[in-house]
Ligand binder design. Structure first.
Ligand code: UT7
Length: 329
């Protein structure tokens, strides 16, 4: 990392809805089975946001916990970044709604959409503001309410997704830890592989788009699977090589939780023990930009993440986008 101010994560938080949807529940809705879902994805259950609530409610819960753990008052925040593909509204941004909830009125606020890589992009953007000396205290949230854009009649996607929010507080530091390096990538030629076709300016919602169910997510699962297996390893090895590090030097590798088979494939290729690659997909499904911050929060709360640990995060998703971060915790 070139000269400049470094940043560290000083607090984490998470919020998931109470309502649990099990694989058995899904068996009653579409032609699927617990056996198929567990063996192909590793997912046993996922959370679904209750009617009447929206993404900002989850966001606020995760954000307040992260702020409390960082011993920071919301009024001290310089910037709020919310990574999401399921904002409360196309406009205004969820980050502005969150800013009002927290009464963090002096903080700038922006939403960032980078598919399931959203949290990695958002954390990197936050770091840049600190690195340049512009800001000192930033709240970064990954939140998704994917169940609201899931087609509950499409078995190829409805078994995969869940709702949740994870938040971190990022602060300037003079300590010898924090960001080491990052990698952000995109390939827009794969835009059609994971897309919500209707509801944007290309295809505004109308009776026909509703009838054709075009306002729900469509995914070419197989193609994304092959892409993910390739880019996750490439991204991680690139970040490690730039620092003359090896996979075995890692204390924790947080991978986007999209499919247990992808996670296990990578873990075995890198010859890492299971405890170094946390998994929560069996409990929450794929929560897009919320998966990594929630997994990180769970490890921290369980006392399995310590100051000085070498931590990597790698995600991939719609866009196509992919990327990673290497930090000294
Ligand atoms: O978050 C980032 C973006 N998303 C991802 O990373 C997802 C990556 N992809 C995947 O995780 C996997 O591709 C899936 C889990 C989505 C699908 O697994 P797969 O092993 O690639 O299955 P497939 O799509 O090749 O389908 C195999 C069979 C098909 O039947 P036929 O054509 O072989 O008769 C599907 O129709 O499984 C069938 N199938 C199902 N069967 C029971 C698809 N979904 C289901 C289901 N229950 N829910």
């Amino acid at each position: 990392m070139n000269k400049g101010v470094n940043s560290i994560i000083t607090g984490t938080g998470a919020a998931v809805p109470e309502q649990v949807i099990t694989n058995l529940d899904l068996e009653k809705m579409v032609e699927t089975s617990d056996d198929w879902i567990v063996s192909r994805t590793g997912i046993q259950e996922r959370r679904k946001l209750e009617d009447g609530l929206s993404g900002v409610d989850l966001t606020e819960g995760a954000a307040r916990e992260a702020l409390e753990r960082a011993s920071l008052d919301p009024s001290e925040l310089d910037l709020i970044i919310v990574a999401t593909v399921t904002p409360d509204y196309p406009t205004p941004s969820t980050s502005c709604l969150l800013q009002a909830r927290l009464e963090a009125y002096q903080a700038a606020a922006l939403d960032l959409a980078a598919g399931c890589t959203g949290f990695i992009y958002a954390l990197t953007v936050g770091h840049q503001f600190i690195h340049s000396g512009t800001y000192k205290k930033i709240l970064v949230v990954g939140v998704e309410v994917l169940t609201r854009i899931t087609d509950w009649e499409d078995r190829s996607t409805c078994v995969l997704f869940g709702d949740g929010a994870g938040a971190v507080v990022l602060e300037a530091t003079e300590e010898e830890r924090g960001f080491i390096n990052f990698s952000l990538k995109a390939d827009g030629r794969g835009a059609d592989l994971l897309i919500q076709p209707a509801g944007g300016s290309a295809m505004p919602a109308c009776t026909e788009t509703l009838q054709k169910r075009l306002h729900y997510l469509k995914m070419s699962g197989n193609e994304i699977f092959k892409f993910a297996v390739r880019v996750v390893e490439e991204t991680l090895l690139d970040m490690l090589e730039r620092e003359n590090l090896k996979p075995e030097d890692l204390d924790r590798l947080f991978l986007h939780q999209a499919n247990l088979r992808i996670i296990e494939h990578i873990r075995k290729r890198l010859k890492l023990p299971t405890e170094k690659v946390p998994v929560n997909i069996h409990r929450f499904g794929n929560m897009s930009s919320a998966t990594i911050p929630i997994a990180m929060h769970e490890e921290l709360v369980a006392g399995r993440l310590k100051e000085g640990d070498l931590v990597a995060m790698v995600a991939f998703g719609a866009g196509l986008t992919w990327g990673g971060l290497l930090v000294k915790w």
